[in-house]
Design a protein around this ligand. Structure first.
Ligand code: K7E
Ligand code: RUQ
Ligand code: CUA
Length: 663
């Protein structure tokens, strides 16, 4: 064959290919020149384009991670895809959420578990989500979240991303240490915070030392039931030191957990009490106490019946804990905040807002000091204080206002610096030292963030095997990062690329989280999660996660009235695009039990069910059944309708509730 012809035909082929691609998509004619032109028009730099390439997630592409963020005083939890930083779902927990039907027909039963006399509390202040773990690694099954303002714990089932249980702490009204879980989710731990008398009863502040208590509660999690088992849960009394953040040991420190404290001064005031101003009062001492607690020992002591009943709840007294060797203290830099256990459990990192160092305790040294009784003294409750120098491995100067630490896979640790508005990367030593090119226990780099960072989260960053790759800075202030939606500005979640070693750690995305004030988040590999796309069967009861035998099914729709009792039962189905039955006639004063099933099997075919004036709005996902009970208190004509746009005939998905006056 003539070589020239061969060249020509290859060219012709390429041209034909180009044209055929071009015919189906104009993208074939886009080039890097177009990218450059678009970037220039918007003033984007090469670094911006690189950040976009690392985060931009085209339609249909799925995220690699799901971040579960606390929702702060929204009372909820946010599920956010990473690296796209797209909000996937607000998970309703402590606060009603109409688009999920939470608190408007369903959800009340879960929320009622957190009521404790007085008016039902219908919001929460969520701080620390904790994913369930197996062998110290996220298993993608459950999520726990504390409510700091009322001392409650929520349990979320990750099969459907819905809250299933709320438990109220009987001992206190204030929690902050947790939730976090032990390495096999044996316990969900909730450390109290601001000390109160037991049960938050009244006692004057002058009786602070005698009558006010700290505590930590170990909620037993029953994985099979998917619920906290209150009957197997217990608490430990602690001094009224305002315990703060906490973390469970793992690996080398399995069987222990660590809690810090911010007010060993036991200051409760205040100008009125003649003390120095409050803030100075609680941070007068040079150090506070890290609490080191043997939970496996505490479990044995509890099971041996050595707990006292307080507010109907078993509590191991400090006296018993000291006698049984369950609790130790050691000094920690003043105004400490975060305490975080390294992946192998061999180091415990504490940072104090008023000290520019992170303080690294060695598990081996802690154990040795406990065994050798290397005590520097005892506190007022007789708790042994381990000598600081005997248990500290290193102190690393990282910057101003260190708060929280997370870990990477290769031996880097990351600490948020509130006052510096930066995230520090530093190297660990010991068995991690070989993983990083820099010397052990040294600051490597600081990335500025915008602004006032609180927690940080690294992908799987507090498990036994951190992924690294991404770090998110949960910034308290955003100031100038977004268009101002009035004076209440959103918090700023900043995604940082930590895939490279050394000093490369750029911010690659900003996400305004315009709801609540998130604190901590845990970041789970998406392939560990395996949520249902539709409920397993038609007639599924999500609260109990089983088929409901009473669920209305096609062919058995009806309205039955018991004249004697004045009760009405409705069996209704919902399917595109009608409710059946469409008319429900009752009389004023009737008690109504309204059962409704979404009989759809198609993914995403959700129907709503809303009744005006009766404060009812359900979200019925495919297969879901729900039961609402109410009294027909108001006579009138009430068109109920589907509140989810489900089909072309969605607006026609309607019916009438007729409530006939009795006289
Ligand atoms: Cu975990 Cu915000 Cu509750 Cu630190 S706290 S910042
Ligand atoms: S109608 S498709 Cu409510 Cu204006 Cu929306
Ligand atoms: Cu069903 Cu809209």
């Amino acid at each position: 064959m003539n070589p020239a012809f061969r060249v020509l035909s290859a060219r012709a082929l390429a041209l034909a290919l180009l044209l055929s691609v071009g015919a189906s998509s104009s993208l074939a004619f886009q080039s890097m020149d177009d990218v450059r032109a678009a970037a220039t028009a918007r003033g984007l730099t090469t670094a911006d384009l690189l950040a976009a390439a690392k985060t931009f997630t085209p339609s249909g592409m799925l995220d690699e991670y799901v971040m579960f963020s606390s929702g702060g005083h929204s009372g909820q939890v946010f599920a956010i895809g990473m690296p796209s930083m797209r909000l996937l779902k607000t998970i309703a927990v402590f606060t009603p959420e109409p688009w999920q039907g939470w608190g408007y027909g369903v959800g009340e039963e879960v929320m009622a578990g957190g009521d404790y006399g007085g008016e039902p509390v219908r919001w929460g202040d969520t701080h620390h989500p904790a994913l369930s773990e197996t062998a110290g690694d996220y298993d993608g099954q459950w999520l726990f979240i504390n409510d700091k303002i009322n001392a409650r714990v929520g349990v979320i089932d990750l099969r459907d991303f819905e809250a299933k249980q709320i438990v109220k702490n009987p001992l206190t009204v204030s929690d902050h240490g947790g939730t976090f879980v032990t390495p096999n989710t044996e316990y969900v731990i909730e450390g109290g915070q601001y000390a109160t008398p037991w049960g938050s009863a009244y006692a004057p502040l002058s009786e602070y030392k005698e009558s006010y208590h700290g505590s930590v509660t170990l909620w037993k999690f029953d994985r099979r039931a998917g619920r906290i088992d209150r009957s197997k849960s217990f608490a430990m009394e602690l001094p009224p030191y305002w315990q703060d953040l906490s973390d469970a040991g793992k690996g080398a420190s399995d069987g222990w957990f660590f809690l810090n404290s911010i007010n060993t001064e036991m200051a409760t005031g205040g100008i009125e009490s003649g003390n120095p101003p409050f803030e100075a009062g609680v941070s007068r001492n040079a150090t506070d106490y890290l609490h080191i607690i043997d939970w496996k020992g505490a479990e044995r002591v509890f099971q041996a019946g050595k707990a006292d009943m307080i507010e109907g709840f078993p509590v191991i007294s400090i006296k018993t804990a000291v006698a049984e060797g369950l609790i130790y203290l050691t000094p920690e830099p003043r105004s400490p905040h975060g305490v975080d256990v390294a992946p192998k459990g061999d180091f415990v990192v504490v940072s104090g807002k008023l000290d520019p160092h992170v303080t690294v305790y060695s598990t081996a040294k802690l154990k040795k000091a406990v065994a050798a009784k290397t005590f520097s003294g005892r506190d007022d409750w007789g708790i042994p204080i381990l000598d600081f120098d005997a248990v500290v491995e290193a102190q690393v100067e990282v910057g101003l206002g260190p708060l929280h630490t997370q870990f990477g896979p290769e031996g880097y640790a990351y600490t948020s610096l509130f006052l510096d508005s930066a995230v520090a990367r530093w190297t660990m030593g010991g068995s991690y030292g070989a993983g990083t090119p820099e010397p052990d226990w040294t600051l490597v780099h600081k990335t500025p963030v915008q602004y006032n960072v609180g927690h940080i989260g690294v992908a799987e960053g507090d498990t036994v095997s951190p992924d690294g790759k991404y770090l998110v800075a949960f910034n308290k202030w955003s100031v100038d990062r977004f268009l101002p939606p009035g004076p209440l500005l959103p918090q700023n979640f900043q995604l940082i690329d930590i895939a490279n070693q050394g000093t490369s750690m750029p911010v690659i995305y900003d996400m305004p989280i315009g709801m609540g004030e998130p604190h901590y988040a845990q970041i789970c590999k998406a392939d560990k999660l395996n949520p249902w796309k539709v409920y397993p069967e038609v007639g599924w009861d999500p609260l109990h996660q089983r088929a409901d035998l009473m669920a209305p099914k096609p062919g058995m729709e009806r309205v039955t009235r018991n004249d004697e009792e004045g009760s009405v039962e409705v069996f209704m189905t919902a399917v595109r695009s009608h409710f059946k039955p469409e008319h429900v006639a009752v009389k004023v004063g009737d008690t109504i039990t309204w059962r409704i099933t979404n009989i759809e099997r198609a993914v995403d075919a959700t129907h709503g069910f809303a009744i005006p004036q009766y404060n009812i709005n359900l979200s019925l996902e495919p297969g879901e059944t729900a039961t609402v009970e109410f009294t027909a208190h108001t006579a009138g004509t009430f068109p109920f309708y589907c509140s989810e746009f489900c089909s072309a005939l969605h607006l026609e998905m309607v019916g009438y509730l007729l409530v006939e006056p009795t006289e």
